[in-house]
Every structure is written in structure tokens, then in C-alpha cells.
Ligand binder design. Sequence first.
Ligand SMILES: Cc1cc2nc3c(=O)[nH]c(=O)nc-3n(C[C@H](O)[C@H](O)[C@H](O)COP(=O)(O)OP(=O)(O)OC[C@H]3O[C@@H](n4cnc5c(N)ncnc54)[C@H](O)[C@@H]3O)c2cc1C
Length: 466
Amino acid sequence: AVVGGGAGGTASAFFLRQLYGTDVQIDMYEPSNVLCGRVATVEVAGRMYEAGASMLHPSNRYAKGILSKFGLKEATRPNVLISFYNGENYTFRSSEWKIVTLFRLLWTFGYDLIRLYWFERSFLNLFDKIYSEHKHGHSFRNMSDFMYTLGQDTFINATKISACQLYADQGFGSNFINMMLNGGLLANYGQTCEVTGFVGAVSMAGIQPGLWSVRGGNKLLCSKLYENSSAHWIKEEVTKVSLTSGGQFAVRTSTNESNFLWLSIVIYSLYDHVIITTPINKDTSKLDVSGACSTYCPSDDNDQRRYRKTVATFVKGKLNSTKFQCESPTCPVILGTSNATYFRTIGFHYPVDFNESTGDTIESGIYKVFSDESLTKEQIDDLFDKHDSVDEVVWLAYPKYSAPENLTSFVLNEAGLYYTSPIESAASAMEMSLISARNAALLSFNDWYAVSEPVNNAKRNAPTEL
Ligand SMILES: Cc1cc2nc3c(=O)[nH]c(=O)nc-3n(C[C@H](O)[C@H](O)[C@H](O)COP(=O)(O)OP(=O)(O)OC[C@H]3O[C@@H](n4cnc5c(N)ncnc54)[C@H](O)[C@@H]3O)c2cc1C
């Protein structure tokens, strides 16, 4: 069984099907009516917009693989320009002219810009090793092995020190750290460079060119994975997983507990292996695995990390041109770089099905404002000269990161209980969940057949690539 139908859950179901073939039954538990969890669209003024994960990186190979395997298309949208705003003034602003932007970047950040290019490139090259490890059937039992195999001490150290320290150690200046690193982190994770160095490096990768999204909505990645997994979607919330004396896992849901006369009847389903793809802690899921875990037991006691509230406010309107000194809607994405701003980012967004060739114009877009708390009417009036509609989506978006990060286990019980969420201790992103899902499916498959690694692909009839 797979618990959760987000990117991690649907991908786990799909990868399990690829590895095991048609002989196994796969049940996927997801109580919501829509798949993809923190990847979701919201309807604003009659069009659909990304409300959760909106951008994918060009080096996200699993997401790209799903896109091309299932005939999905990348969304078309104009280039994204960014600016940094400290609450009173712009400290950096890109121009529609690329050469002007480059000049301004070099003027503001100097050699740190070149340093960033090389640093991120070597970081991404190390991280890319995960795809060949998976292709050869390697799976990782815990986060320490995962990080060490990919980036040896470099990656492990990056989870032990703060991003401020990591970038300072690499020779980046305070201007870069205060503006670019902090601005990127506030925009991506709502946190400053006190997060771990690894989260900082993932966040900096996200401000590079070539970001993409799926035409029609990123959640289509999940729908395609689910459809092609032939899994059975059970629309129920799992409350408890326990290990039976027969060595199987009993999965209990909120709807299969009922009282009949004086008897309390508990019905559960039995599985050989279970993959849990939702974070287990007070904020996100009340799932009780204490009767099933032995290798590692995620709980409130040992995972104190809280999930950060993030509010996405969608406004159809005209940005305050006096405050931001630019005309809607060509203003760059505005990143608040200090705690003096009550918003984290303001950006112009296009509907997920935006298509200029079918007559869509810039007017079909809206502004999306990310903030820690719901915006008040006064704040909305301060940001916009006028507005027609305001809609809000509240998320528990990502863990609160701090160094040193605890690197835990993907295996909760060696008898076959797996957990994808420990990868979020490195960084939270769609591709990270897809990677962890592939890893969990490989763990299950390798354990079931007691395959010593590397797996001999000839033993498998199932394809090992997307
Ligand atoms: C506002 C926002 C912006 C983001 N921006 C980006 C971005 O631009 N790019 C990017 O790559 N990432 C981004 N992310 C992060 C990304 O969305 C997540 O890292 C990723 O989608 C997590 O997927 P997941 O499947 O691991 O978890 P989730 O998406 O949380 O899925 C878990 C699923 O499990 C279900 N569930 C929970 N409890 C139970 C239970 N007891 N029984 C059964 N099911 C249960 C939930 O309903 C949910 O569907 C963003 C996230 C947010 C919130």
C-alpha cells in the first residue's frame, strides 16, 4: 500500500508498478478528492492558477521524464524577471533588456555571480548522481547514506552548517548573502540563511534560468503517474499502521472503525509492504505508526520540526505604481529581502493553460502574493492601486529548517515499512519527493527479492527507467 496521493505517493505507486509488473495489487490511500497534495491549482476569476508548487528546475530529470513519457507539454510564458525590495527601495532590479540586467547583476554582486555559477554547477553535478544510482537499482536505507553517496562530506557538511556559513566559507560576500541568498530563501522557503547550507544551495538553484511548469497544471504529473500505476485509490485517511504477528502490516483508516451495539469493530487491510509518503508530525498528519516501526519511529517527540504557514493570496488588479515604481503587469517578481516587508514575494502569474496562440493576453494574468500571515485589507490596498478579486490559499508548506539537520531513516521497519519524507530534511521540492518515491519503490523491490545491490537488471522484466 501507499499512504498519500501527493507527488511522492503517486510516484511511489507508479515506480512500484514499473518494478513489480502486473502481479501485485497496489492500494493508494488519499482522502482528498484531488491528487498531488502540495501541488494544486486554484480557480481565480474563472481561470486556474498554480497555488502550491509552481516551478520545476531544468535539471529535475524525473519530472521531465514524466512530462515526456506521458505526452504532457511545458507551459508557455514570458521570461520571469526579478527584483529585490527591502521595504522602502529596490536594492536590485532586472530590466527587460538582458544586457542591462547582466550589467546590474555584475555591478551589485561582482565576482560572486561567477562564483555562484560554478558553485551551483558542481552542486547539481554531484546531485545528478542519484539518477544513475537509481538506474542501476541502488536504493538508500537512510538519509546519511543517500547524502554521503552523492556528495560525500560536502553534502553531509552542508546539512550540518547554516547557509550563511556555507556561502561565507565559499568566499561569498555579505552583499550577496544578505540580498541574493536571503531573498531567494525568503521567497522559496520563507526563512533566512539560518537554514542549512543544503537548503540554501537548493534555493539558489531555483533562481537560475530555465525554470518550467506543466501546461494545464503541475498536478497533471501526479494524475498521469496514478493512471499509469493501475493502483486502487482508496479515498480514506489512514489513522494507524501496525505490524501483525504474521509479519504483515495492518492499515486502519478513519472510516473503517465503527461501533456496532456494544462491540467496537475495527476493520483493517493487510499488506506485505507499505510506503508512507506524508510527513508524520502534529502539523501535517496524525498517522500513528508506533505499532509498526522499529528501525526508526517518526513522531512528535523525535521530529519537533514544525511546518511553516505560507499564505498565497491571488489578486486580480493593478499593482501600486507609486510604491513599486513600475507599471502592471510588466513589473518584475518582487522579492522582499528583509523582515520589514509583510510580503515575501509578489509576482505576476499566468493561468496554467495560458496560450498566446489562442488569443490569451497579458490581462488573463493575476498577482500572487506569498506572505507568512493572511494579508489585511489595508495591506492589500497598500500593494494594489485597484483590485477586482482577492482569493487566499493557506498552506503548511515546508519544514522549518535549522542546522544541524537530523538525517533519519527511509526504513521504519525492515519487514517492509518505508517512509519518503526524510528527504524533506535536505530540502522540500517536487523532484525531491519523486526521488524519494523511486528510492522507496526500489527499497521495497530489493528487500522483497532480497536482491543484493547493484541489482542485475536482467532479473527484472519491468523497465527501470521512466
Ligand atoms: C506554496 C508552496 C509552494 C511550493 N513551491 C514549489 C516549487 O515552486 N517547486 C517545487 O519543486 N516545490 C515547491 N513546493 C514544495 C512541493 O510542493 C512539495 O515538496 C511536494 O509537493 C511534496 O510532495 P509529497 O508527496 O512528498 O507531500 P504532499 O504533497 O504533502 O502529499 C502528501 C499527501 O498525503 C495525504 N495524506 C496526509 N495524511 C494522510 C493520511 N493519514 N492518510 C492518507 N493520506 C494522507 C495528503 O492529503 C497529501 O495529498 C511548494 C510547496 C508549497 C506549499
